[in-house]
Design a protein around this ligand. Sequence first.
Ligand SMILES: [Zn+2]
Length: 60
Amino acid sequence: MYEHFFQCPYCWEEISMLLDPSVKQQNYVEDCEICCNPIEVAAQFNNNILESFQGNSLEQ
Ligand SMILES: [Zn+2]
């Protein structure tokens, strides 16, 4: 598994998420481990290298 660190869009704490590099395109919702708000995660791997990552709030 690949551990990616980024800032939570709600509480701005640095959190990490575990991603599976064997899945090229992944989109899911995971709760922040600090503030428990739902984060929309979009990650893209290319040859086991993280090509793009976005962690967005579900609120507009
Ligand atoms: Zn948070």
